[in-house]
Design a protein around this ligand. Structure first.
Ligand code: PLP
Length: 455
């Protein structure tokens, strides 16, 4: 097929996820990806880009990894699929569980498999509610999440997602899910005079009664909400609050897990042990769909007392090929010391951000934890004056377009007028020289954008 034929078929025959239907069904897809190698990929027009956000923060080992391809081939040749239903299992699922548990903090010693992040969080919500039922608390159903958190798109996880557009989509809703204001450390420590106290996790638990609250879910570093890092002391304060109120703490590590932040998991930056961790993306570097929930001994032991079938599980829970790819992926991360490498490259990225801040007056609020980074653009950063949108376009959106013309694809967050956040999260195999290349493109793009938007 010619490129145009492919575009036409796509335009007419595919409903795209997380896209604007009117736009894609008129113009067809903006890019058709064709090939990738390391931190770069090429589209069907032949344009090559640095993958500045690892596609959807998932291609952590970069593109074209032959060892992962081989692991998949080997497993498919041996036994492509075998289910975990009815108490059955397969070797890759077992060996991967051991590897994941080895990396997980504290007493998080068992794994439930899914195919992605939404399924993992949805499962964690069910396990939280089920756990409390088994403990004799029938009413503990409420899940509290944070504004700007992103937890997925199933009916429950979209409700937990603290971004307005997602919460409202299609009118579907789980009535037991509430959003709290993000990162109110003082309120979470009991400061009732805090203006957002009522909207804090603590305030919501008080309002609804701890007898009705099952769990809190938080990303240690919020990704899709705009790369917001939990302030020091915050996660620990929420954990204590949870313990005092018999509420479970779920850490959504779908982006943070497996080296991205320079540690195994995001919570490891604060030495915090949650009751459940949910994961996906980086577990296979995106080479195969896989996700899961890591459970504490207490939750696993409690569920293990149940002597009937639990009617929960996915056809692809513990998919052998997915798990074989996941296992090889984690082996490579360990062998090549890529978690420490991500930490080191993150420091270099932040140094580069600091240089850009000196050079460009609009560049501000840069932040990195390992290779999960972002910066913001402001008209007047000293007085926090944002850029207003121009002809419905944000400066952040324009920046992404201009960056891509210069060979770097990153991602913008402009959910509200004046919000202009840009995320940078390249594959964790990136070298120092490649980081410098990313920074140099950011520098050029900034020069161009400033001239245009400050004029
Ligand atoms: N949780 C977080 C933190 C995510 O970033 C995402 C996806 O971006 C999800 C959950 C949902 O994962 P999936 O798209 O695999 O369902």
């Amino acid at each position: 097929y010619s490129l145009q034929q492919l575009k036409n078929i796509d335009r007419d025959m595919i409903l795209h996820p997380q896209s604007t239907p009117k736009e894609v069904s008129t113009n067809g897809p903006s890019m058709i990806f064709s090939k990738g190698e390391g931190i770069r990929f090429t589209d069907m027009k032949g344009n090559t880009y640095i993958d500045g956000v690892s596609m959807l923060w998932n291609v952590n080992l970069g593109h074209g990894n032959k060892e992962l391809a081989q692991a998949s081939y080997d497993q498919m040749s041996e036994m492509a699929y075998g289910s975990q239903f009815y108490g059955n299992s397969n070797e890759p699922a077992i060996r991967l569980a051991e590897k994941i548990v080895d990396k997980a903090p504290g007493d998080l010693n068992s794994v439930f498999y899914t195919s992605g992040g939404s399924e993992s969080n949805d499962s964690a919500f069910k396990f939280a509610r089920f756990y409390w039922q088994l403990k004799g608390y029938e009413n503990k159903k409420i899940i509290i999440s944070l504004k700007w958190g992103y937890h997925g798109v199933t009916i429950s996880t979209q409700r937990a997602t603290g971004i307005k557009e997602f919460r409202a989509f299609s009118g579907s809703s789980d009535p037991y899910i509430y959003n709290a204001a993000p990162h109110l450390t003082a309120a979470e420590q009991g400061d009732r005079s805090h203006p957002d106290y009522e909207n804090s996790i603590r305030g919501l638990i008080e309002k609804h009664g701890s007898n009705n609250v099952a769990a809190v879910i938080i990303e240690p570093i919020q990704g899709a909400g705009g790369v917001h890092i939990a302030p020091d002391g915050y996660l620990e304060a929420v954990k204590t609050l949870c313990e005092d109120n018999k509420v479970l703490f779920i850490s959504d590590e779908v982006i943070c897990g497996f080296g991205r932040t320079g540690k195994h998991f995001g919570v490891d930056h604060w030495g915090m042990v949650p009751d459940m961790i949910t994961f996906a993306k980086g577990v296979t570097s995106g080479y195969f769909p896989l996700g899961g929930v890591i459970l504490s001994d207490e939750i696993k032991k409690t569920i293990d007392t149940y002597d009937q079938d639990i009617p929960h599980g996915f056809t692809y829970s513990g998919h052998p090929t997915a798990c074989a790819v996941g296992l090889k992926n984690l082996e490579i991360i360990d062998r090549d010391d890529l978690t420490a490498h991500a930490a080191e490259m993150g420091v270099r990225l932040q140094q580069g951000f600091d240089e850009l801040e000196k050079k460009h007056s609009t560049f501000t609020h840069s932040r990195t934890v390992g290779l999960l980074g972002a910066f913001e653009l402001m008209r007047d950063r000293e007085n926090e004056v944002p850029f207003k949108n121009h002809e419905n376009e944000s400066i952040a959106g324009d920046f992404v377009n201009e960056g891509s013309k210069r060979g770097l694809l990153i991602r913008s967050f402009d959910y509200e007028e004046g919000m202009n956040i840009l995320a940078v999260a390249p594959p964790i195999i990136i070298t120092k020289e490649e980081i410098d290349e990313v920074l140099s493109i950011l520098d050029d793009t900034l020069s161009f954008i400033e001239k245009k938007w400050l004029a």
